[in-house]
Ligand binder design. Sequence first.
Ligand SMILES: [Zn+2]
Length: 144
Amino acid sequence: MNAQTTTRKRANCPTCGLDFRLTKSGTMFRHVGMTPAGFSTGETCPGAGKAPVVTYRIEFGLLGASRPVPPLVVTTDDINVLQRAVVAHARPHMEPVLAELGRPEYADCMFQTNPDRTKGQFLWLDVMTGEGARFLPARINTAP
Ligand SMILES: [Zn+2]
């Protein structure tokens, strides 16, 4: 493998499902569409320019003195779907620990990722008081 192929990211197109290279902004590179039978459509795939389908493997860190949330794998082309799936998965595991820590209200939280989507954390905000808290860091791995 040369340096060029190792530095270019690839991902699966949300429309045709095939593996292509990504643009600098992280969307699918222009490519020709494919029928389900595997024949070329002769036209640009509608998935070109869209966000790729990515499999996220998420490992959760410490909450208090334990790691209550088991790892999660989510495959999606939509960051909002990922964020909602993480909260739905983590909430039942976090709730008893947050109650023990005296902050049961933190269970009503959202999951945030950094722009690279390599790290995440939970964010709790109280809109009434402007109080907020970030907790339970997570490591996100998108390598195949
Ligand atoms: Zn495609």
